[in-house]
Design a binder for this molecule. Structure first.
Ligand SMILES: [Zn+2]
Length: 337
């Protein structure tokens, strides 16, 4: 029996990088208990970023090695696991340990560079068992999760304005939720008789909508307390593309400054840090420069020119199966400590 604690990777990296520059023996400090917290040991403490709370806590039973022993787990251990022993656990950043083949520092940096969203820590009564980074969590986002405006699409169903929740995955696709009008449009589209190979169709029963697949299985469509309609169905693997407001005066930039000094660059679409290429050319406008910043992981780009200013070109994330990959080619070496 062990617990898997899920921490936001980018918040964790902030604490780790701070500790690496501000501590003699840099480490992440895990305060375990019913509400686990993770923070770096840099001094002075990172005031701008509070300790990272575990967003999720999973309890797991090992079935890999020996189920007989697992069945025989003594109630003492189970009780300890269930109530989560209050204790402090040190995760050294620059050194290898019995747990990890490479330093946790490198695991965190690579995870962040490749667009992972989570740092997970497996822990049991005896102590740490494993640490790693993960792209997404297979579950519906909790009420506390942060949703972002996105274009939600499915190659057969169409494309809709809605929101997605980076870091989560539902039925193998991006989580998606919609405003009431868009939800009605989406349901109407499922009834379109000329749509080829419809994935689902909609029936109304007692004035409530249900999605019905070709096997006849029904999934209710209901609104959350906040008025958004999450639409999830095994047949609808949504792809989310964080939307660029092209019609507004202030397009949402793809990239944002990153790190305590703001010298880094984080891709707002996939979360990769310092994985962007930058190009600058004399502008076709005849004066000034055109610039292009492109994320090497997801391909999202941001361009500026002297006439139109900033233009954002976010790409779908996570990538569609079969879509060309942007991140598997040559990657710049990671910065050294
Ligand atoms: Zn990216």
């Amino acid at each position: 029996m062990y617990r898997r604690l899920w921490f936001d990777l980018h918040a964790t990296v902030l604490h780790a990088e701070h500790a690496l520059t501000r501590a003699d023996r840099p480490a992440l400090i895990l305060r375990d208990g019913p509400s686990p917290l993770l923070a770096g040991n840099g001094t002075p403490m990172l005031h701008a970023s509070p300790p990272v709370p575990a967003a999720h806590i999973d309890s797991s039973t090992d079935n890999t090695n020996n189920t007989a022993t697992d069945d025989a787990v003594d109630t003492g251990t189970t009780a300890v696991c269930a109530t989560a022993l209050a204790r402090t656990v040190r995760l050294p950043l620059p050194s290898r340990s019995a747990l990890t083949v490479e330093p946790i520092r490198d695991i965190l940096r690579r995870g962040a560079h490749t667009g992972h969203a989570w740092f997970t820590v497996d822990i049991d009564a005896a102590g740490l068992r494993a640490t790693t980074t993960r792209t997404v969590r297979d579950s519906a986002p909790p009420a506390s999760a942060t949703w972002r405006d996105a274009l939600i699409s499915h190659h057969r169903q169409g494309q809709y304005k809605g929101q997605t929740c980076p870091g989560y995955q539902v039925h193998g696709g991006a989580p998606a939720r919609f405003r009431t009008e868009v939800m009605h449009q989406l349901l109407a589209d499922t009834l379109c008789s000329h749509t080829p190979n419809r994935v689902v169709t909609t029936v109304f029963e007692g004035r409530k909508p249900w999605l019905v697949d070709d096997l006849g299985d029904r999934t209710p469509v209901t609104a959350d307390a906040d008025g958004w309609w999450p639409i999830t169905h095994p047949g609808l693997r949504w792809t989310a593309s964080l939307s660029a407001e092209t019609d507004g005066p202030d397009p949402e930039p793809v990239f944002e400054p990153y790190g305590t000094d703001g010298a880094g660059l984080r891709c707002g679409v996939c979360g990769a840090i310092d994985e962007a290429t930058y190009r600058e050319l004399p502008s076709m406008a005849g004066f000034g420069d055109d610039t292009a910043t492109t994320c090497t992981i997801c391909g999202s780009a941001e361009t500026t020119d002297p006439v139109f200013g900033l233009r954002a070109d976010p790409k779908p994330w996570p990538p569609q199966p079969g879509a060309p990959s942007h991140g598997t080619g040559s990657r710049r070496p990671e910065p050294s400590a």
